[in-house]
Design a protein around this ligand. Structure first.
Ligand SMILES: [Cu+2]
Length: 260
């Protein structure tokens, strides 16, 4: 919590794929700077060069010069390179190339509600207990079915997410009520949480730390939308295992959890 995660430019990046997103953002902004400055100079030049003067008559012929054609071809090529060279591969890396089940990965279910992120962990057995909307109440935040043996060691935190460092994390995201958007700027990931859909997303943290309010809701979801944040803890594998064990055995008071 010591470290400020938002600087004057982009937030700190502690994810494996984040630098590609940053490269795209940087390139697009520099491209816009070049175009803006270029057009501003050309516009100013035209205002002076073609101002109304005695003895000059306006011509409505379009320009035949080559430079404008070259500039347009350059813009098209640049945008094709951005799209196929950077955007689509980046999107693919973070949205479609999921680590297979059984691989070294951590799976966590996130259930959004007004105005809180409920984070459901499968416990030591690695199996998520079944859930049902009918079982949701103020105690049972995700509607865990306690008659399911797989649910016995499951636990749920509210607004607190622990993940291990250097391990792919797969989130299955859904919502209890309205559309929310699970946004972790320092991981460069954002995904809408939609009622009735379980949407997978993934990221991998590269740096251990406690990141206060690192999880935000990026979809205006009601009056207290602005309070809908969560703390992210990126732990070493040992710390993560210790936290899981602690939570499975009842946890501490600060963190809400489900017990049988
Ligand atoms: Cu929200």
């Amino acid at each position: 919590m010591e470290e400020s995660i938002y600087g004057w430019w982009l937030p700190i990046d502690i994810s494996v794929n984040g630098h590609k997103v940053d490269l795209l953002i940087d390139m697009l902004h520099w491209f816009m700077v070049v175009i803006f400055v270029g057009w501003a100079i050309f516009f100013t030049y035209c205002l002076v060069r073609f101002r109304a003067r005695e003895g000059h008559k306006a011509s409505y012929e379009t320009i035949k010069a080559k430079p404008s054609k070259y500039a347009e071809i350059f813009v098209v090529i640049f945008e094709v390179v951005l799209l196929f060279g950077l955007s689509i591969p980046t999107f693919g890396a973070s949205r479609t190339d999921f680590p297979a089940e059984g691989d070294d990965r951590v799976e966590i279910h996130v259930v959004a509600e007004q105005f809180q992120w409920n984070v459901h962990y499968p416990g030591a057995d690695g199996k998520f207990g079944s859930t049902s909307p009918k079982l949701v109440d103020s105690e049972n935040l995700v509607g865990l079915d306690h008659s399911d043996p797989a649910a016995a060691d499951d636990f749920v935190t509210a607004g607190i997410m622990h993940i291990p460092v250097d391990t792919p994390v797969v989130i299955r995201l859904t919502s209890k009520d309205v559309i929310h958007s699970f946004f972790i700027p320092i991981m460069r990931v954002k995904q809408d949480a939609i009622p009735g859909m379980a949407i997978p997303m993934q990221f991998e943290a590269t740096r251990v730390g406690e990141y206060s309010k690192a999880i935000a809701c990026a979809q205006l979801c009601g009056n207290n939308h602005f309070t809908m944040s969560g703390d992210l803890f990126v732990d070493t594998q040992e710390d993560y295992d210790a936290w899981l064990a602690e939570m499975a055995s009842g946890g501490d008071e600060e963190e809400e959890e489900e017990e049988e």
